[in-house]
Design a protein around this ligand. Structure first.
Ligand SMILES: *Cc1c(COP(=O)(O)O)cnc(C)c1O
Length: 404
């Protein structure tokens, strides 16, 4: 049985048995195809969140599905105790597309961040010769890098930390987008600087032009590892394979995840140019599922779809169009519209009562998106979206933003 009763029942069961660590919109999805998803009442919605950019390729992409099924029928897990015939290909194709030298595969985004932190610390002691237990990593205010204890320990979001201490030491916070602050914060013990190219969860915060380039210079000058968390900005979201390419630079380490599987499977990776990952010796780090053949086959297909279908180019064209049309909307609620590629934020005035109620109205109109922080609506549809579909979305967004 499906229908309204089913919706209410499933919500009640979830609330009864599940931990309440999310506050989802009350829509129960059961099917997806491309940019569209359907709920249990068979109502159709445009997905403008793309599972936080994990489904850049669109829901249930047929080519990724085919690769996954093919691999499912052959071999799914070997652990890294043995080799598998997908891993080498995955490494090679990933390095070619991202211009990287070495890869370390993990599962979730947070694990990739943790892995990078371990590598940078070890590099600091073994290569840079920082005194034992003195290595420091500089991070930015309003960052989002995941939910493990070490990571929330250097979050500046009070709720992410509240009740979870004590935290891992060795992190220092500076304002995002502030080059002088970075220069001042560096000491001989600084091992790395970690930032997002655009802060996603903070509300699509775009740093001043030239910021990443200046960070690159300062890190090089001071022998500090530059780490970019591209888990959300990477893999085409902003119109480039990695968002760092907008400024023509290369971080020493880049973290990717989310769209690396097109939404089929949790896959993440640490990409390195510097030989930082070379500090890891057998036994230093690992993951039972990291680099498994199913993940590698899915990852290879997901990457291939990004390039073969021109999704980076499409993100630029459709993103420019979407952004400019959003900027034309006349609404007393809109404070600012900003974005890069198909990574777009509409910031509302605090007097408008929060972004959540507009997301709920958009849901009624058949468009799914999510507020990020209190006052920003993020629009990040799958990168396969076409102009007519954006027009469809714009009609609804305009209508909702012109409500009181
Ligand atoms: C989603 C995200 C993460 C965490 O990824 P998980 O797979 O949820 O652990 C880390 N950094 C950024 C920038 C993200 O958007």
């Amino acid at each position: 049985m499906t229908g309204m009763n089913d919706t209410q029942h499933l919500i009640e069961v979830e609330n009864k048995y599940g931990a309440h660590n999310y506050k989802p919109l009350d829509v129960i999805l059961c099917r997806g195809e491309g940019i569209w998803v359907w709920d249990v009442n068979d109502k159709k919605y445009m997905d403008c969140l793309s599972s936080y950019s994990a489904v850049n390729q669109g829901h249930c992409h047929p080519k990724i599905k085919e690769a996954m099924i093919e691999q499912l029928n052959k071999l799914t897990l070997t652990s890294r105790a043995f080799r598998n015939d997908q891993l080498g290909h995955f490494y090679e194709e990933l390095c070619e597309l991202t211009n990287s030298h070495t890869v370390l595969p993990m599962n979730s985004g947070a694990e990739a961040v943790e892995t990078a932190i371990k590598a940078v610390r070890k590099w600091a002691y073994k290569v840079k010769k920082v005194e034992p237990d003195k290595a420091e990593i500089i991070t930015c205010a309003n960052n989002f890098h995941g939910r493990t204890l070490t990571i929330v320990g250097f979050s500046t979001e009070e709720q992410y930390r509240d009740g979870f201490g004590p935290f891992t030491p060795g992190f220092k916070t500076i304002p995002y987008g502030d080059i002088d602050a970075l220069e001042k914060a560096i000491t001989p013990d600084t091992a790395g600087f970690l930032a997002e190219p655009i802060q996603g969860e903070a509300g699509i915060i775009i740093p001043p032009a030239g910021y990443l380039k200046a960070v690159r210079q300062i890190c090089t000058k001071n022998n500090v590892i530059m780490l970019l968390d591209e888990i959300q900005t990477g893999l085409g979201r902003t119109g480039k394979m990695l968002a760092e390419e907008h400024e023509g630079i290369e971080a020493d380490m880049s973290l990717i995840g989310k769209a690396l599987s097109g939404g089929f499977y949790p896959i993440s990776a640490v990409l390195a140019n510097e030989e930082v990952l070379g500090v890891f010796m057998p036994g230093d780090h690992g993951s039972t599922f990291g680099g498994n053949p199913l993940a590698c086959a899915v990852g290879r297909a997901a990457l291939k779809v990004l390039t073969e279908e021109g999704l980076l180019e499409n993100a630029v064209v459709q993103g420019d169009y979407f952004l400019s049309k959003l900027q034309e909307i006349k609404s007393s609620h809109i404070k600012e519209v900003r974005g890069k590629g198909l990574f777009i934020g509409v910031e509302l005035f605090p007097e408008s009562g929060g972004a959540r109620r507009f997301c709920e109205m958009l849901m009624d109109e058949g468009l799914l998106c999510k507020e990020t922080h209190e006052h920003v609506i993020r629009f990040a549809p799958p990168l396969i979206i076409q102009r007519e579909e954006i027009d469809w979305a714009l009609e609804r967004i305009e209508r909702v933003l012109q409500c009181d």
